[in-house]
Design a protein around this ligand. Structure first.
Ligand SMILES: CC(C)(COP(=O)(O)OP(=O)(O)OC[C@H]1O[C@@H](n2cnc3c(N)ncnc32)[C@H](O)[C@@H]1OP(=O)(O)O)[C@@H](O)C(=O)NCCC(=O)NCCS
Length: 195
């Protein structure tokens, strides 16, 4: 199975045993506030970890673990978009709040961009983020992804009690392979994490 090692992290495929670490952050309402699903209970967490393990290399989820103690502190979402020959992937991330503010999500996402552009030969990486999710779009900007637009009320994931859509205004970010290679020399701050 493929895995990636960075300065502080191991990014690998999920195992069923990850469910407790997954539950630790997926049960928190604030963590999934902008996500298209509800909080996970213990059973949801076991099922999700198990499915992600079963799907193996086909899964769009990657577990992000601390090198020092193997603690699973978050996950990346990395999914090829249709049509296949556009060579475009979408990136996303959800991390355990105990580990915010230390650059772990940036470090993991940076590795995924490197994998995408340098191994998979991606043409474009894209990400969508609620305009109020400042931590998320700041991360994308640390990665030097480019804000491509603000889409008003373009998506909803949940409805109010009386069935009305809760619309999100969202930014779309993108990066082309040409931009990745142009920017590479300017990434020293990201790769050494000297923010
Ligand atoms: C989005 C999310 C992963 C961002 O978490 P984060 O901790 O802000 O991101 P990072 O791990 O990259 O850490 C960056 C922060 O650590 C700081 N930092 C400290 N040490 C650092 C280091 N060595 N390297 C890089 N950054 C470091 C940075 O300055 C930055 O802080 P700032 O935003 O106050 O400037 C997190 O908020 C989350 O999981 N949210 C819930 C799920 C979600 O909304 N996902 C996105 C849906 S679109």
């Amino acid at each position: 199975m493929k895995e990636f090692i960075t300065d502080r992290l191991v990014i690998r495929r999920f195992k069923t045993d990850d469910w407790k670490d997954l539950y630790e952050y997926m049960c928190i309402p604030n963590v999934i506030f902008y996500e298209p699903y509800e909080v996970f209970n213990e059973e949801d967490s076991v099922n999700a970890a198990k499915n992600r393990e079963t799907q193996g290399e086909e899964s769009c989820f990657w577990a992000v673990c601390l090198k020092e103690d193997n603690k699973m502190i978050g996950n990346l979402y990395f999914q090829k978009q249709e049509p296949e020959d556009f060579m475009t992937w979408e990136i996303g991330y959800v991390f355990n709040p105990k580990y915010y503010g230390r650059g772990y999500a940036t470090e993991a996402s940076f590795k995924m961009l490197e994998y995408a552009f340098e191994e998979l030969k991606a043409h474009r990486i894209t990400a969508g983020v609620n305009m109020n999710n400042t931590k998320s779009w700041r991360l994308l900007e640390r990665l030097k992804m480019r804000r491509e637009g603000l889409f008003l009320q373009n998506v909803f994931f949940k409805k109010t009690a009386d069935g009305k859509p809760i619309w999100h205004d969202s930014y779309r970010y993108g990066m082309l392979a040409s931009e990745w290679f142009e920017n590479k020399s300017k990434y020293s701050k990201v790769t050494t994490f000297e923010f």
